[in-house]
Ligand binder design. Structure first.
Ligand code: GLN
Length: 215
């Protein structure tokens, strides 16, 4: 049974529910928070280094990776977050969040930084002007029904390392991928009512941080 389904779902008041912070400096963070809470997780917003304490995982949302990189750096959060991510804090990075998690960024700003958590080279806005925004039904590994995905000025995966597990592709290019505790999506899984990408991420967390009753 998926996390959050039926009588086994945890309410956010459940002390055993995972605490999944949502980086909230800029971008599409609020819908991530709502998806996570609907699945029984706690989803505190993260804006400063002290907000990183006691997290079981974090979501880095879509938005603008150059702005997020700048705000993370000037706000003093970049190094603290990098240390925790490098130490294995599970992360779901979507769109701009995927860019921040990648190991190399093409067409970025010179001062743009990324965390290097997954062996991906991504090109910012790589689908080109005509396809700034598009939608597609994706086949996701382990899912029987397609996932309707919304892409907005999405990063294009130019190269994926051999240890990257590709979970979905669009026209042969990875758009959902995982490497250890780092999961990334080129699209915005928070923009539809379908919570399966968030469920998949919650299921990937160490057992101790899953909501009560999760199989
Ligand atoms: N193109 C944006 C960037 O470079 C990402 C767009 C998005 O997150 N929807 O960060």
């Amino acid at each position: 049974m998926p996390i959050g389904a039926g009588e086994h779902s945890a309410s956010p008041a459940d002390a055993a529910a995972p605490v999944v912070g949502v980086l909230a400096l800029q971008g599409a963070f609020d819908r991530h928070r709502r998806h996570l809470e609907s699945l029984g997780a706690h989803a505190p917003l993260v804006r400063q280094a002290t907000d990183l304490d006691h997290l079981d995982a974090i979501v880095i949302p879509g938005g603008e990776s150059t702005t997020m990189s700048h705000l993370l750096t000037t706000g003093g959060l970049f190094d603290e977050l990098a240390a925790r991510l490098t130490a294995g804090l599970p992360v779901l990075g979507t769109c701009a969040g995927m860019i921040l998690c990648a190991s190399a960024v093409l067409d970025g700003r010179d001062d743009q930084r990324c965390f290097g958590l997954i062996d991906l080279t991504v090109r910012r806005n790589g689908y080109g002007r005509q396809l700034e925004s598009f939608e597609a039904d994706l086949e996701i590994t382990g899912e029987t029904q397609p996932f309707h995905a919304v892409f907005i000025r999405a990063p294009y995966v130019q190269h994926a390392g051999t240890d990257v597990e590709v979970l979905a592709t669009y026209e042969g290019i990875p758009v959902l991928a995982r490497s250890g505790p780092c999961t990334v999506a080129a699209f915005h899984p928070e923009l539809t009512d379908d919570t399966r990408v968030h469920e998949m991420f919650l299921r990937s967390l160490p057992a101790a941080s899953l909501p009560t009753g999760t199989p």
